[in-house]
Design a protein around this ligand. Sequence first.
Ligand code: SF4
Ligand code: SF4
Length: 90
Amino acid sequence: MSALRGWKEIPIAGIPFEPAVKYKTGDWRVFRPVIDNEKCIKCGLCWMFCPDSSIIWDGDNFPTVDYEHCKGCGICAHECPTKAIEMVRG
Ligand code: SF4
Ligand code: SF4
């Protein structure tokens, strides 16, 4: 096996922080995050901590969830300082 000459030659599964954008991983989910905009202060922590880049921003700069890719890990809900994110089944 020849040596890799740069990160671009790493096979896709070997890139540690490759976002899940290319894979529809939402089917893995048991619980899904639901965001209450009334409680959200737009701090961005959910976006920062999501390991799947599944927090996106709507036209009013509120976070919303890309359910095609969110795996339902609950990290966003755990990190939200105002408890604006609830994990619900489904
Ligand atoms: S539940 Fe996990 S994967 Fe889904 S948006 Fe929150 S942090 Fe991201
Ligand atoms: S972590 Fe909570 S308060 Fe901060 S942007 Fe996300 S939902 Fe809003």
